[in-house]
Design a protein around this ligand. Structure first.
Ligand code: FAD
Length: 475
């Protein structure tokens, strides 16, 4: 039996896709990478994943795990050699258990994030991970990339929301680490190793996740600001004023919201005057466990004082859930509006919050000196020090001209991030996009330690090769 036949007999012929059926799985969300594969295999359960991995390991065939394929760094796309098998977890979408006494939820890796959130809500609990791709991305992909999103400020990123994992190793063994424990100091933390490993160390097949109480009330506001320093000062006030109730603090430049309102004219800012009237906007959210009235009083007191002191230029507070959703929709439409505008160069970076204003001013200047006319589309999770510092070409310039300068722009921005003690990947991971960049900014010892872990767990180098690290087998 050849590999294709063996795969078909393992998962069923209808779940081994080739030719045009496989095509959507072989390109990434941004259309930047196109790969080839022997087949896309869609196992039904953990045992089938393990069998597929064993078959591939026997023939030294690379394996590329894939969830919702919404990743932004090409991590789920195979290379062009056509040697790999893509393992899509999309059929593994069952909720295994909900434990409200332990405040945990155990789900399979292919569960769509939105389904996980809804399952929690149906149990009167909150699963706080939230990002614009939540209708398509899977919890397995979120874990593999240690996804962030809009509530990290209060609840942490995916790693912080995870108690246990079930993983298929590169040898096709099954590790059941689905522990619902908040304390477990029994040696190396394998869970933390697999979270954020981008499919290079094993395939996550299920996870036990933390649940939280549902907030009783939420207040959301869109605030107009003069500058990034004003936003940083406002964040500091909001932290002091709201404490742990501050669940969102998003920063958006006027250029971002101009793109959204131009490409989606049905979306409007609930503030007087044109978008460009103010340089920056913040979207702020407070979640309260007491009451609607308590939430509003706190919210209005802090924002009122910020307006009086001139820190905030204008404010729109959502009156109801629909208005709150409309404000979040503005924020979440930025990546889509950017895609409508054309290809752009994305930088998902983090900087110590106290240095963000300096970073933006310095890097904006450097970009204009070296690439006159490029447009900054800067937004992000200011509360986490995470900026999406994206660069669009000058108005009227053809896309290829921008892409031809891509590597130089990456280097300029990432050098600046490094100079400000930041990270060149805050939440999207490394994938293939930033793999080579990593060697410029991580110390040789840090890279070697990562390579040694990869070699120890995946000595054949079959698990998502070419992602995160340069070829580990040559070390
Ligand atoms: C509009 C939009 C907005 C976004 N906003 C955010 C944001 O706010 N914050 C953020 O962090 N990200 C964001 N992303 C990026 C993306 O949604 C996340 O990286 C998400 O976690 C990827 O999940 P996925 O299921 O689509 O994974 P995929 O894209 O399928 O895979 C991503 C990586 O994980 C690996 N992988 C997938 N499943 C598994 C598994 N079961 N086991 C092992 N490895 C696996 C893949 O090999 C690949 O390396 C956004 C993307 C889009 C398109």
């Amino acid at each position: 039996m050849n590999l294709l036949e063996a795969l078909q007999s393992t998962v069923g012929a209808t779940h081994v896709l080739t030719g045009p059926d496989a095509a959507p799985f072989l390109t990434d969300w941004r259309g930047r990478y196109k790969g080839q594969a022997i087949a896309v295999v869609r196992p039904a359960d953990t045992e089938q994943v393990a069998q597929v991995v064993r078959l591939c390991a026997q023939q030294n065939v690379p394996v590329v795990p894939q969830g919702g394929n919404t990743g932004l760094v090409g991590g789920a796309t195979p290379d062009e050699s056509g040697r790999a098998v893509v393992i899509s977890l999309s059929r593994m979408n069952r909720v295994r258990s909900v434990d409200t006494d332990n405040d945990t939820l155990t789900v399979e890796a292919g569960c769509i994030l939105q389904t996980v959130q809804e399952t929690a809500r149906n149990a009167n609990r909150l699963f706080p991970l939230s990002l614009a791709a939540e209708g398509s991305c899977t919890i397995g992909g979120n874990l593999a990339t240690n996804a962030g999103g809009t509530q990290v400020l209060r609840y942490g990123n995916t790693r912080d929301l995870t108690l246990g994992l079930e993983v298929v190793t590169p040898q096709g063994e099954i590790w059941n680490g689905l522990r619902g424990l908040r304390k477990d100091n029994t040696g190396y933390d394998l869970r933390d190793l697999y979270v954020g490993s981008e499919g290079t160390l094993g395939i996550i097949t299920a996870a036990t996740l933390k649940l939280y109480p549902l907030p009783v009330a939420r207040c959301t506001a869109l605030l107009a600001l003069d500058s990034v320093p004003a936003a940083v000062a406002l964040l500091s006030r909001a932290r002091t004023g709201f404490g742990a109730s501050l669940t969102g603090f998003e920063l958006m430049s006027a250029a971002c919201l101009e793109l959204v309102t131009r490409h989606y004219p049905q979306q409007r800012l609930p503030l007087a005057g044109p978008v460009e009237q103010h340089g920056w906007y913040a979207l702020l959210e407070l979640s309260d466990s007491e009451s609607e009235t308590h939430a509003r009083e706190r919210f209005e007191a802090v924002l009122g004082a910020a307006l009086e002191d001139g820190l905030v230029q204008d404010a729109a507070i959502a009156e109801n859930l629909a208005q709150s959703h409309a404000l979040w929709h503005l924020r979440e439409s930025i990546p889509l509006a950017q895609a409508e505008e054309g290809k752009n160069i994305k930088h998902d970076v983090s900087i110590p919050i106290s240095r963000i204003a300096d970073f933006v001013a310095t890097t904006d200047d450097l970009l204009q000196q070296h690439f006159p006319g490029v447009r900054n589309i800067t937004f992000g999770h200011l509360g986490d020090g995470n900026l999406h510092y994206n660069v669009q070409g000058p108005i009227g310039e053809a896309e290829p001209a921008l892409l031809a300068r891509q590597d130089d722009i990456y280097q300029l921005v990432h050098d600046s991030v490094h100079a400000f003690d930041g990270s060149i990947s805050a939440e999207h991971g490394v994938g293939q996009l930033k793999r080579d960049e990593l060697t410029r900014y991580k110390s040789p010892i840090e890279l070697q330690l990562m390579q040694r872990i990869k070699m120890a767990l995946d000595p054949q180098g079959i698990m998502n090769p070419g992602k995160t690290l340069q070829d580990a087998t040559h070390i």
